[in-house]
Design a protein around this ligand. Structure first.
Ligand SMILES: [Zn+2]
Length: 213
C-alpha cells in the first residue's frame, strides 16, 4: 500500500489499541507501549513431568486481551502480534527444535462457527519459524461444552473425557510431539489430548501455548 493511501485510511478509520484504546499512528492493532508491557517468560515449565512452553503469563491483562480479541472478536491482524511475541519468546529461551507440531483441534461445528482454529494459526507461526512440521494428529469427536464456563475442576475433566481421537497412522511413535493451543489454564483439555497420544504409543509429548496460569 502506498504511503498516501495508508494516510487516508488512517484518517477515515482511525485505529485504536485493542488494549488501552489509545489512537495508533501506524496500522498496528496494538500500541507499542502495551506490546512492550507484555511479560515474556524466560523459563520453560513442567507439569506432571512434561514440558510446557508458554510465551507469557495468563494473568497479564494485555496478553489476555490479545488472545481473547483474536479468538472471539476475530481481530485477525493480531496474528502479527502473536508472531512478534513468539519470536521474542523463542529468542529469549534460545529455543531451537524440530518436532511434530499438532494443534489442539476444535470440533468441526465449532470451527465452522468461529471460522478458524486459533491453535492452528499459532501452529502455522511456529512452523514458519522452523520449529517443526505441522500435523493434525487428532480430531475432536465430541462437541464439548466450553471448558471456561465450567468452574469445578473434576467437572472439567469429565466434560473433556474421550473428546479426542488419533487419526494419524503415519507418524513414527518415537517422534517428539508438541501440542499447540492458545491457553493453558486447568490443563484438562491439553492433558486429555496428550493422553490420547500416549495411549496410542507416543512417548514424548510437550505443550506450547501463548499463555498459562
Ligand atoms: Zn495500548
Amino acid at each position: 500500500m502506498d504511503h498516501l493511501m495508508e494516510k487516508l485510511l488512517q484518517i477515515l478509520f482511525p485505529r485504536v489499541c485493542v488494549s488501552c484504546e489509545a489512537y495508533i499512528e501506524d496500522l498496528e492493532p496494538i500500541c507499542t507501549r502495551c506490546l512492550t508491557s507484555v511479560e515474556v517468560y524466560e523459563d520453560i515449565f513442567k507439569d506432571e513431568g512434561f514440558n510446557i512452553f508458554s510465551v507469557g503469563p495468563y494473568r497479564n491483562e494485555i496478553l489476555k486481551t490479545i488472545i481473547h480479541d483474536f479468538k472471539y472478536k476475530r481481530i485477525l491482524e493480531l496474528e502479527s502480534v502473536l508472531d512478534k511475541l513468539i519470536s521474542h519468546y523463542i529468542f529469549k529461551n534460545n529455543i531451537r527444535f524440530n518436532k511434530i507440531l499438532c494443534p489442539i483441534p476444535l470440533h468441526k461445528r465449532k470451527e465452522k462457527l468461529r471460522g478458524f482454529n486459533q491453535a492452528q494459526v499459532i501452529t502455522n507461526i511456529l512452523e514458519k519459524k522452523g520449529l517443526g512440521t505441522m500435523k493434525n494428529l487428532l480430531i475432536r469427536k465430541i462437541d464439548t461444552s466450553p471448558q471456561a464456563q465450567i468452574k469445578d475442576f473434576r467437572k472439567r475433566v469429565k466434560n473433556i473425557e474421550g473428546a479426542f481421537q488419533l487419526i494419524d497412522t503415519n507418524t513414527p511413535k518415537d517422534r517428539e510431539i508438541i501440542l499447540v493451543d492458545d491457553v493453558y489454564t486447568s490443563g484438562s483439555t491439553i492433558k486429555e489430548a496428550r493422553n490420547e497420544l500416549l495411549k496410542n504409543g507416543f512417548a514424548n509429548v510437550s505443550v506450547f501455548v501463548i499463555a498459562k496460569t
